[in-house]
Unconditional design. Structure first.
Length: 154
């Protein structure tokens, strides 16, 4: 059986540990990233469809025709669902102007959550980002929104 002093000591230890965890920021912006800022940005959405990502099939090939990009990379073979940095597009993938927001920049988009810059887009310039949705219907439902985005640069 524990003495009163042991119970008080255990209670104090528990709340000290809880306080340290909360103060250290376990549920806040990751500390391994650099400067954090908030900026109003235009947020649009995209998915892996032809219209969103700029690709078309070149027919005349045997079986599965290869996919080719249009736009600035017109005529080059393209892997569908692969971002410009080579990673697979998934929820949380953000397309941005990499001159302003380099690959690896983390952003918090209200109504969407945390994401990371892994892609670019021909119409994505300055303070305009494009967030990825796996489903075309969800991307269209997002529309165009001006939101205060939390930016956490690498």
């Amino acid at each position: 059986m524990m003495s009163h002093l042991q119970k008080v000591s255990l209670f104090a230890l528990f709340f000290s540990a809880l306080f340290i965890i909360l103060v250290s920021g376990c549920a806040t912006i990751p500390r391994e990233y650099g400067k954090t800022e908030t900026r109003k940005m235009l947020v649009t959405a995209y998915d892996a469809s032809k219209k969103s990502t700029g690709w078309k099939r070149k027919y005349g090939c045997f079986l599965m025709p290869p996919v080719y990009a249009y736009g600035p990379h017109e005529g080059e073979k393209k892997k569908v669902g692969i971002t410009s940095d080579g990673s697979k597009a998934k929820k949380g993938t953000i397309a941005a102007d990499i001159r302003k927001y380099p690959y690896g920049t983390r952003m918090y988009v209200p109504g969407y959550g945390w994401g990371e810059v892994h892609d670019i887009g021909t119409a994505i310039k300055g303070d305009h980002i494009d967030i990825f949705f796996p489903d075309e219907k969800d991307a269209k439902a997002w529309g165009r929104k001006y939101l205060d985005i939390i930016i956490n640069r690498p």
